[in-house]
Write a protein that binds this ligand. Structure first.
Ligand code: SF4
Ligand code: SF4
Length: 334
């Protein structure tokens, strides 16, 4: 077990120009992070042994100084990822050359995506993918949030359309089961079917975890406070996790002081054990927890690791033009 987390979920803004039906962010306050504090925080996190920085929000492409943050992160040798959507992504091209991973979020075809987001998000995403195909050397994924239920998008029509787009622009597809989603066995089996497509990543570990009921507070998987440093846009260390922030520690005395605080120590004992933790599958915390010292289900970890290795293999083959993307299985409506 490491003393400090290796992963940082850095919220650059609470603003977002989309209105996704599945959104869990509070976008009412419209707060941006402070650039100087963010730069200092990235440097401090590196000194404490951090290796992975996920830039998030809100919609992180809305902040004008995104390039400055990503440049500092690259200079500090972080592995960086960011999820983008909408027309503003195209105005951040200089910045978006830098991350190791850019995820372009889409829920389905143009009609479905725009309706789900209540804005015209699809066509800018397509334009961005076309640019990324030409200009980005690091990985670009389409992150397809699989939404369960009768109003969800788990059907061949939506997945097929995303797969077709990914193949056109040589992007990988990351199949992301909506956390907290109430998936039926059939829906989960459908996701497994999609995962067999070349160039598609779906963690079979996630699938097993969901099918086994998610986090169990009596025997918790989640180590949110130990494994992830979550920083809110208004400059606080958030505990135990972004989605259920019951405590916020100011960073005025520095990141290390916040991580060493008595409040965080308290959360190290109760993380994953709170009432709202029952059945949780918030991947930003659950997946890093799998790879910490506490291995609750070795099969989940092995399945997740295997899925990741397959994804890396597909991306490598694609980079050398060896991945045969042009032959979809016939049961998809492409
Ligand atoms: S893009 Fe993200 S932050 Fe914005 S509304 Fe959708 S889910 Fe929420
Ligand atoms: S189990 Fe879920 S709700 Fe509970 S601390 Fe972890 S991520 Fe947060």
């Amino acid at each position: 077990m490491f003393k400090y987390p290796k992963v940082c979920s850095l919220h650059l803004t609470t603003r977002c120009d989309h209105h996704c039906h599945h959104c869990v962010c509070d976008r009412t306050k419209r707060i941006d992070a402070d650039l100087d504090q963010t730069v200092q925080l990235i440097r401090d996190f590196r000194k404490l042994g951090g290796i992975y920085l996920d830039l998030t929000g809100g919609n992180p492409v809305l902040v004008d100084w995104l390039y400055d943050v990503l440049k500092v992160a690259r200079d500090e040798n972080f592995y960086t990822s960011i999820t983008v959507s909408g027309p503003r992504s195209l105005k951040q091209k200089k910045a978006l050359l830098l991350p190791n991973m850019v995820r372009v979020s889409l829920e389905g075809d143009e009609n479905y995506t725009d309706q789900n987001r209540n804005v015209k998000a699809y066509l800018p995403a397509v334009e961005f993918l076309a640019w990324a195909q030409k200009e980005r050397t690091n990985e670009t994924q389409i992150i397809w949030t699989a939404i369960p239920g009768v109003r969800g998008n788990i059907n061949d029509d939506q997945f097929g359309s995303v797969l077709k787009l990914a193949r056109k622009y040589e992007a990988m597809v990351n199949i992301n089961p909506l956390f907290g989603g109430d998936f039926t066995q059939d829906e989960m089996l459908n996701l497994r079917k999609y995962a067999k497509q070349a160039g598609c990543y779906f963690s079979l570990g996630k699938s097993r975890f969901i099918m086994h009921g998610g986090n169990n507070p009596l025997q918790p998987t989640c180590l949110a406070a130990s494994t992830v440093t979550t920083i809110s846009a208004d400059g606080y260390l958030v505990l135990p996790c972004f989605h259920n922030a019951i405590s916020k520690i100011p960073l005025t005395s520095g990141l290390q002081a916040a991580l060493d605080s008595e409040i965080r120590k308290k959360f190290l004992k109760i993380q994953g054990r709170l009432s709202f933790c029952d059945g949780c599958s918030i991947w930003c915390y659950i997946v890093p927890s799998w790879y910490s010292q506490h291995v609750f289900d070795r099969i989940v970890v092995w399945q997740d690791a295997l899925s990741r290795l397959q994804s890396i293999r597909d991306f490598t083959l694609k980079s050398f033009g060896k991945l045969h993307l042009k032959h979809p299985y016939p049961d998809f409506k492409l």
